[in-house]
Design a protein around this ligand. Structure first.
Ligand SMILES: Cc1ncc(C[n+]2csc(CCOP(=O)(O)OP(=O)(O)O)c2C)c(N)n1
Ligand SMILES: [Mg+2]
Length: 387
C-alpha cells in the first residue's frame, strides 16, 4: 500500500513548491581559482614601498626568531617549539593588519604573529617553556592565549567580536587556524555563528600542507579550504601564503570589510611548513626532500628580497642591516632565555581556585612543611624567596 492510498492521505500531499532560490547568491563568495599574488606581478606597483620594506624587515626578524626558538629547544630552554619557518608571511601580515584595539586569536604555531604585534619575545614563549599560565596579559595586548586545542580559539574570537559589536566597540577579531583545524567541530560552529551574526571576524587558515603527518589530501575532499566559506554564506579568499604583500592586502580587505559591518571572511593562505611539526617530530618519516626543496624556491623571505632588489629598494647594505637587527634580537632572546626563572613551588596552588578546596589546603600545608624541612637541612632553598 502506498501513502497515497491511505484514507485521507490527500491532505498530506505537498502542494507545488514555491519558486526556490538560494538565500545568498554563492557566486560572489567563491574564491579565485588561483591563489592571489602581488610580488612579481603588476599589482606590486600599487603597494607602498615603505610597507614592502617593513614587511621585509619583519620577515627577516621572524625567520631568525624561529631559528633561535628552535635552537633553544635543543638546549633545553624551551619545552617545545612549533616553528613557523616558511609561514612568516602569514604570521607577519596577520599582526600588521590589525589596529591596537583589535584582537588576535593565535594557535600554538603563531608565536611570531604575537611577537610581530608587539608582544615581548620572551613572554611570548612562556607557555612553550612549560611555565604556568600564558606568560602575558591577554587583555593588555589584545592577544588571546596561544591556543593548543585545535580550533577552540575560533568560537572565542566570534564571541568576542559579536560582543564588541553589541556594545558598539569598533573591534575586529582575527583568528588563525591550521588546515587540520578546519576539520574540527569548533571550526564549523564558529563560521556558522560568525556568518549568521555578521560578526566582525576574519578567519585566517594557514594551509601549510600538513596536520602533523596528515597531508591535506587526507584532511578534506573540498575543492579548497577557502571554498568552505561558501557553505556558511561568507566570502572565501585564496591567497599565496608566502607572498607577504598579497597576504597583507587580502587580510586588510577582510579586516576592512569586517569593520564596516560587512561580516566575516575566510582567507586560505597556501603556504608550507618547512620544519617538522615541532622539534619533537621527524618529518622525514612522512614526506620527501624533493617536496620540501620545491618550496624552497618559493620562500617568503626570498620572494620579498627578489622584488625589493629588482625595484632598487634594497641593496646589500639594506639587506645586511635587516639581518643585523634580527641578529641583535636573537642575541637578546638567547641571553634572557638562558636565565633560570626563580620559581616558587607554592605557586602550584595559586590561581587554581578563588577559594581553595580542603584537599588543596592540606596538600599546600604538606608541601610547605617539606620545603621548610629542606631549608633546615640545606640552609637555604632556591625557590623559597616568595614564601
Ligand atoms: C582538539 C585537538 N585534537 C588533536 C590535537 C593534537 N594535534 C596537535 S597539532 C595537530 C595537527 C594540527 O594541524 P593543523 O591544524 O594543520 O596546524 P599546523 O600544526 O599545521 O599549524 C593535532 C592533531 C589537538 N591539539 N587538539
Ligand atoms: Mg597544517
Amino acid at each position: 500500500m502506498t501513502v497515497q492510498e491511505l484514507p485521507g492521505a490527500a491532505a498530506y500531499r505537498p502542494t507545488p513548491p514555491p519558486a526556490w532560490k538560494p538565500l545568498t547568491d554563492p557566486a560572489p563568495l567563491l574564491p579565485d581559482p588561483e591563489p592571489y599574488r602581488v610580488l612579481g606581478t603588476d599589482a606590486v606597483a600599487d603597494v607602498d614601498p615603505e610597507l614592502l620594506l617593513r614587511l621585509h624587515a619583519e620577515l627577516v626578524r621572524g625567520r631568525r626568531y624561529n631559528a633561535q626558538a628552535t635552537a633553544l629547544t635543543k638546549q633545553g630552554r624551551l619545552a617545545v617549539y612549533p616553528s613557523s619557518t616558511g609561514q612568516e608571511a602569514c604570521e607577519i601580515a596577520a599582526a600588521l593588519v590589525l589596529e591596537e584595539r583589535d584582537w588576535l586569536f593565535p594557535s600554538y604555531r603563531d608565536t611570531l604573529a604575537a611577537v610581530a604585534r608587539g608582544l615581548d619575545p620572551v613572554e611570548a614563549l612562556t607557555l612553550l617553556r612549560g611555565d604556568r599560565h600564558t606568560g602575558y596579559d591577554p587583555r593588555e595586548h589584545r592577544i588571546a592565549p596561544l591556543c593548543t586545542p585545535l580550533a577552540t580559539q575560533l568560537p572565542h574570537a566570534v564571541g568576542l567580536a559579536h560582543a564588541a559589536r553589541l556594545k558598539g566597540d569598533d573591534v575586529v577579531a582575527l583568528a588563525m587556524v591550521g588546515d587540520g583545524g578546519t576539520s574540527e567541530g569548533d571550526f564549523h560552529e564558529a563560521l556558522n555563528f560568525a556568518a549568521v551574526w555578521r560578526a566582525p571576524v576574519v578567519f585566517l587558515v594557514q594551509n601549510n600542507g600538513f596536520a602533523i603527518s596528515v597531508p591535506l589530501a587526507k584532511q578534506t575532499a573540498a575543492p579548497s579550504l577557502a571554498h568552505k566559506a561558501v557553505g556558511y554564506g561568507m566570502p572565501g579568499r585564496l591567497v599565496d601564503g608566502n607572498d607577504a604583500a598579497a597576504v597583507h592586502q587580502v587580510l586588510s580587505e577582510a579586516v576592512e570589510r569586517a569593520r564596516s559591518g560587512g561580516g566575516p571572511t575566510l582567507v586560505e593562505a597556501v603556504t608550507y611548513r618547512m620544519d617538522a611539526h615541532t622539534n619533537a617530530d621527524d618529518a622525514t618519516r612522512y614526506r620527501g626532500d624533493s617536496e620540501v626543496e620545491a618550496w624552497r624556491d618559493h620562500d617568503p623571505v626570498q620572494l620579498m628580497e627578489r622584488e625589493l632588489t629588482a625595484r632598487g629598494l634594497l641593496d646589500d647594505e639594506g639587506a645586511e642591516a635587516a639581518r643585523a637587527a634580527a641578529e641583535r634580537m636573537a642575541a637578546a632572546l638567547r641571553e634572557r632565555m638562558n636565565v633560570d626563572p626563580v620559581l616558587d613551588p607554592m605557586d602550584l596552588f595559586t590561581h587554581v581556585y578563588a577559594e581553595q578546596t580542603a584537599q588543596l589546603r592540606e596538600q599546600a600545608a604538606r608541601l610547605r612543611e617539606e620545603l621548610a624541612a629542606e631549608n633546615d637541612e640545606h640552609g637555604t632553598h632556591d625557590g623559597g624567596a616568595a614564601r
